[in-house]
Design a protein around this ligand. Structure first.
Ligand SMILES: Cc1cc2nc3c(=O)[nH]c(=O)nc-3n(C[C@H](O)[C@H](O)[C@H](O)COP(=O)(O)OP(=O)(O)OC[C@H]3O[C@@H](n4cnc5c(N)ncnc54)[C@H](O)[C@@H]3O)c2cc1C
Length: 376
């Protein structure tokens, strides 16, 4: 499917595509094999402008519309789903600060957001709070002009190299007792532990973070006390467009691998692409890829138009991530035994696809958001 883009936007997207297909694919293979952090490439990603895409120009950002941003993440995910998720989280967190931070904090942080040293993390989940962030146990107690944060955060993407943590902590009881904070990762009392043994996207850092009497100035609270859940959920609405874009990038990569292999591999004296069973797997995958892009761009356009987009983002995330798992499954099937070993790229894509239906709200949680919208 072709998409209409203005000249500047097209250059950005084509730059991402060229870089991804020219350089990233080989790097991603190494990060996967060694389960090595991709963060060494951040200076290059920053140089290319991918780290402050969603920041407004008044804070030196690229002011990139959500629609264009979605195309960029799709292109990067085609080559490295790990790079796409890291940038998706980083850009999402910058946007949270831009929307809910004080003007003083924005002026201090956002002009640096496009640099490798400013990597952001979204530290919401805890060992006992995943799908239900209202059950977080991390506390923030106000003492003088600082909050003191204590607790543990789990599954934090970018958590080892990240400089800034956007986090939620409890300032009171119940859902209205959750507040959002902007935490400097260099503060005393922060301990980070890498979580190893990931199934896919192994270049992306995954970390548990322990907070022990971490002091956060009052001015680094985002929004009002008690507004934390609203801020976290608003961030996830935008984040879901990012993950839907990542998933469609994985689908397109799988489809290309499938088509190339089907044309080259011969059985029964002819290319397997001649068999209708193989053609149907390719056809179903192309339809699901195009449907994923259409849903994701529809959500992105609503966001760009300033209209409500939360349900549309959940639809895009649900559909694109489930579809990319089906497409990756077919890609392995078309490759036969070759698809089962890590010499083939589809083996890696199959593993990379799996987590997309889990993070930033599982498929079950997306269905809850969509049904709530339909039933209201
Ligand atoms: C690679 C990776 C990266 C991540 N990055 C981040 C990050 O950067 N920041 C962050 O804060 N978190 C992050 N997460 C955490 C992620 O968002 C959670 O794993 C996810 O929200 C699910 O929470 P959980 O794992 O605790 O599962 P649970 O919430 O325990 O869910 C278990 C199962 O129960 C289902 N379930 C739960 N509640 C309901 C319900 N009401 N109705 C129906 N089914 C339900 C779920 O859908 C799931 O199938 C990451 C996770 C992974 C694996």
């Amino acid at each position: 499917m072709e998409w209409e883009l203005g000249d500047d936007d097209r250059m950005l997207v084509e730059g991402a595509r060229e870089f991804a297909r020219g350089e990233l694919i080989a790097k991603d293979k190494v990060w996967d094999e060694k389960e090595q952090s991709l963060c060494g490439i951040l200076p290059q990603l920053a140089e290319m402008g991918f780290m402050n895409l969603r920041i407004r120009s008044e804070y030196d950002g690229l002011d990139c519309p959500m629609e264009v941003y979605s195309h960029i993440l799709h292109e990067l995910a085609y080559a490295s789903p790990a790079v796409a998720v890291d940038l998706s989280v980083h850009n999402m967190v910058g946007e949270v600060l831009q929307t809910f931070g004080s003007e003083e904090l924005r002026r201090q942080i956002l002009p640096t957001w496009g640099t490798a040293e400013s990597l952001g993390t979204f530290a919401i989940s805890e060992p006992d709070a995943g799908s239900d962030p209202s059950s977080i146990q991390t506390t923030a107690e106000l003492k003088g002009d600082h909050y003191h944060l204590n607790g543990s955060k789990m599954w934090i993407t970018n958590g080892l190299s990240g400089r800034w943590f956007m986090t939620l902590a409890r300032t009171g009881k119940g859902k209205k007792g959750v507040s959002a904070f902007w935490v400097d990762g260099n503060s005393n009392g922060i301990e980070r532990l890498a979580i190893k043994g990931k199934m896919g996207q192994r270049g992306s850092e995954l970390v548990s973070v322990h907070l022990d009497e971490v002091e956060v100035p009052v001015g680094c609270r985002l929004g009002r006390e008690g507004q934390g859940l609203q801020i976290g959920l608003a961030a996830l609405d935008g984040g879901r467009i990012g993950i839907a874009s990542q998933a469609s990038g994985i689908s397109e990569a799988c489809l290309d691998e499938m088509c190339a292999y089907a044309k080259e591999r011969q059985q029964f004296g002819r290319p397997i692409a001649d068999f209708q069973a193989i053609q149907f797997m390719i056809a179903d995958s192309l339809v699901e890829l195009d449907a994923s892009r259409a849903l994701t761009l529809a959500a992105a356009r609503l966001h760009d138009a300033g209209k409500p987009y939360s349900v549309a983002a959940a639809e895009a995330k649900l559909y694109s991530t489930e579809a990319c798992n089906r497409v990756a499954y077919r890609a392995v099937q078309v490759h036969g035994g070759t698809g089962y070993v890590n010499e083939s790229r589809v083996e890696r894509l199959y593993r990379d696809a799996r987590v997309t239906t889990i993070y930033e709200g599982t498929s079950e949680i997306q269905r809850i958001v969509i049904a709530r919208g339909a039933l209201k």
